[in-house]
Design a protein. Structure first.
Length: 546
């Protein structure tokens, strides 16, 4: 066992001896960072794990829960400005059950549970106030269930009822929402929130609901459906849908008859958006109906001379009156005309010329496009009329024309130049070849630059090793001798500085560029021991710089 450990230590020492000082520093720094990371991971995994107990708490609820945790001596952590409380994982569910039994957290949003406790001394004002609070709380809970909304708050204004209708004010509502990161509310969501409040509050209209976000931007569109701008936009959209529907019906039919791409249909529709309500009351005097009949009978005694006894023996006269009431036949009609009725249609149809095969005098077959016969155009026009619901009573119009679709435009003629030869597209071929050559040339240039940089780096490293004594000085070419110490290369008359000045300037140089002291001493020692080789190396550097 000791031999194995000894061999392992020798291998490590041999490996470290092959590394430079800089590589050793990098190696030890990397090992230190790795050990630090492992230590942090062990501390993190070995310590207590925390999990969210409650999130998005109000300050009141958070304070009450923290007080309970301190009483139980339970560790906790706070996040999100104190609105999120974390506790050890093994205590999360137990604490939730205990706090639920104690009524914590008290939901900041109050709903209809506010009426669970009966207060006999509650005034009518407090009762109405609690009702509005409960309604706002329930609507808030419903709105917060939307995926894009993190938090919401609802304010409702319900005016007091007045004696006269013209003095009555309408209810209004406002909603402020906090959106989740990266989420937005589309117009459909905003309209849904507005209609939710309008359906929950008596007398509230969707246009009286204002929705804004936490940045103060108004998200809702409070324009009334009867507003002219809103009506114009809706009318244009509806008109476009009608035109597209009729166009698609005629286009699909002609594509089946003539083939795809041989017909173009456009429909322009004029719609009536006038809202008309009529009430018609008609009387027919010729048709009468007996409504009631009253018959009155009256007895009239006979008068004359004689005693009362004689008078009673004389029969009395009877008279009958009949009163008949007639009811005149009456017709009452309440008519509400539909909105968006078609008042006029204008249909334009372009049909491709008929393709026919023609034999030239030389005996060659050639394809030509000839205009279609008027009878065929009339047949196609009748089909289009049936498809779009053409009515002459509405003064509808239709126009059908035969044109040649094969005539290319000026742009197509310039782009599609074809002389019938295999090399008609040689411009595109040359362009592609040029692009490929340019890419290859760029790659070669970049490779050459990288090689030059690499070679230059290797030369500098070799020169540094020669200067520091790690390797021997390379041999000069035949016929070239080392220059004596203190003598410059041929062609230069300036003398080298004195020996004493040489080391002074060397010290200033190394101090200026911040070189290590050990390297400074090694270079100085090498120059003292091998002045001729050092001078020759300086000569090589000077020649290379020139």
């Amino acid at each position: 066992m000791g031999d194995i450990f000894f061999q392992f230590r020798q291998q490590i020492q041999a490996f470290l001896s092959q590394l430079t000082t800089q590589q050793k520093i990098i190696l030890f720094a990397g090992v230190g960072v790795l050990l630090t990371i492992l230590l942090l991971v062990l501390v993190w995994t070995g310590g207590a794990q925390y999990e969210v107990l409650y999130a998005q708490l109000s300050q009141k609820d958070a304070g009450a829960i923290l007080e309970k945790l301190r009483e139980r001596n339970i560790d906790y952590k706070l996040r999100d400005g104190g609105s999120t409380i974390l506790v050890p994982t093994d205590k999360v569910y137990e604490l939730r059950l205990e706090f639920a039994r104690e009524g914590l957290p008290e939901n900041s949003v109050v709903g209809y549970e506010i009426f669970d406790k009966t207060n006999l001394g509650m005034t009518d004002f407090v009762q109405k106030l609690n009702y509005r609070r409960a309604l706002e709380g329930e609507l808030t809970r419903t709105i917060e269930q939307l995926d894009a909304i993190e938090k919401a708050r609802v304010h409702i204004v319900i005016p007091e009822r007045t004696l006269f209708r013209e003095d009555q004010k309408v209810p209004t509502a406002s909603v402020i929402v906090k959106l989740k990161k990266g989420r937005q509310l589309n117009p459909g969501n905003l309209q849904g929130i507005a209609y939710l409040l309008a359906s929950s509050v008596e007398g509230l209209e969707p246009e009286n609901v204002t929705i804004l976000d936490t940045r103060g931007r108004v998200l809702s569109n409070n324009q009334s459906p009867e507003d002219l701008i809103t009506m114009s936009a809706t009318q244009l959209e509806f008109t476009k849908k009608v035109e597209d529907y009729l166009t698609q019906k005629a286009q699909s039919m002609l594509d089946q008859v003539l083939g795809p791409g041989n017909a173009i249909v456009r429909v322009s529709a004029e719609l009536n958006f006038t809202q008309v309500e009529k009430t018609i009351e008609e009387f027919d005097p010729d048709n009468t109906v007996v409504r009631s009949e009253e018959i009155v009978e009256q007895l009239t005694p006979m008068t004359g001379e004689g005693s009362a006894q004689a008078t009673t023996n004389v029969p009395a006269s009877r008279s009958t009156n009949t009163i008949t009431n007639y009811e005149i036949n009456k017709t009452l009609q309440h008519i509400v005309e539909n909105v968006g009725n078609i008042t006029r249609l204008s249909v334009a149809v372009l049909v491709n010329n008929k393709r026919e095969k023609v034999v030239t005098p030389d005996g060659e077959e050639k394809i030509e496009f000839k205009p279609r016969d008027p009878q065929e155009l009339n047949t196609l026009a009748d089909l289009v009329k049936k498809a779009v619901g053409f009515q002459e009573e509405r003064n509808d119009q239709i126009s059908i024309t035969s044109v040649d679709f094969s005539i290319p435009s000026l742009e197509e003629e310039l782009l599609n130049v074809d002389d019938g030869s295999p090399w008609s597209d040689y411009y595109n071929i040359i362009e592609k070849v040029f692009i490929i050559l340019a890419i290859v040339a760029s790659m070669l240039i970049m490779r050459s630059l990288f090689n030059q940089v690499k070679q230059r780096n290797e030369e500098l490293q070799a020169q540094i090793k020669i200067l520091t004594g790690e390797t021997d000085l390379p041999q000069l070419p035949p016929g070239e001798q080392l220059a004596p110490a203190g003598q410059l290369p041929s062609g230069q008359s300036e003398q080298l500085p004195a020996k004493d000045d040489e080391f002074i300037r060397a010290d200033q140089f190394f101090e200026e560029f911040g070189q290590p002291k050990e390297l400074n001493m090694r270079i100085r020692k090498y120059i003292k021991e091998h002045p001729d080789l050092a001078l020759n190396l300086l000569k090589l550097w000077m020649v290379e710089d020139e």
